[in-house]
Design a protein around this ligand. Sequence first.
Ligand SMILES: [Zn+2]
Length: 299
Amino acid sequence: MIIDGHVHLLPRKVRRNRDRYCEIDRGFGAVYSSGKSRLATDTDIIHYLDESSIDKAVVFGFPWEKRDLVRENNDEVWDFHDRNPDRIIPFAVLPPHPTEGPYREASRTLGQGFAGIGELAMYHGGWSLSDFEALQPSLELAGAKQAPVLIHVNEPVGHHYPGKQPVDFRGLLHIIESNPKVDFILAHWAGGLFFYALMPEVRAILERTYVDTAASPYLYSSEIFQVARIILGPGKILFGSDYPLLPFKRYLKELEKAGVEEQTKGKILGGNMEELLSGETKVGGFSLKLRGATVLENI
Ligand SMILES: [Zn+2]
């Protein structure tokens, strides 16, 4: 089973009038005002999955500043899932600012059946401690629903690119530690935060945290796959392409170059995500089925 864990679908009206939305929404403008950033349609996504022999994709929109647009984007993602229930796994975006009711949208979408929350991002100004703390009510809900939460995280160093924003790593660790029932997925190799899992106290905090590979070929040399495997273990790496940013074959090339062995490759390309979404969680060496089960409250 191959699952792409990081695919974007933006609202039709945005795709038709991109320049206007670059002006209206500062975060969108920061990422998409460069004509190089592509916008995919639902048809493009299905075509991409078919031609790459990818079974399923986790699909989500963009964290618009205005909640109406967030809702519209989530509704289009849900509709896409509805038309392709075996292939499209819907995650829900939330507006970045508390005044726009992120909790209400989290509650609406998770209640509707969305499989997770994300990709949450602060494309205008970056993530501060208070931004992370403002997520708390939505995170509690996600924890109760066993819905993973995907967060956009950048590296604090290196070259600049559209969408790269500062991230308060201490703040990020703080909310992860405060929400031990939540499975976090930190996009873009967690901006390198996972390196600190070599520190025992950080490893303990990141026990239920995954990283995804989105945009990896633009950011790291292929050795990152082996380094992450050694630090986090093969079960914590999720393939995500950031489609339409990069095609599947670029990631296969990186895996090849890194010499990742077949079993680990299978986990990265879909096995880990399948397990995560099924609600299987390893506790004390045992695999417990948690999603929807009463045992949930005891853990
Ligand atoms: Zn991202």
